[in-house]
Design a protein around this ligand. Structure first.
Ligand SMILES: [Zn+2]
Length: 58
């Protein structure tokens, strides 16, 4: 029995809305240093790319 969730109680992670796709995302470990500057949920959104399928007009 291995618990996959290691989350200390009483430590809620902040959430933010992605400026690109508009989805809420959670604080991540890799952002602990510059969370104030994080505005996008992923590198793709940061680059201005929306992970969305392009609809073929044909
Ligand atoms: Zn996003």
């Amino acid at each position: 029995m291995a618990s996959t969730t290691k989350r200390p109680r009483g430590a809620p992670r902040p959430t933010r809305t992605c400026q690109q796709c508009g989805r809420p995302f959670e604080w991540r470990k890799k952002w602990e240093r510059d969370w104030d500057q994080v505005k996008f949920c992923s590198d793709a959104c940061r680059r201005g790319r929306v992970p969305r399928r392009i609809i073929d007009p044909s």
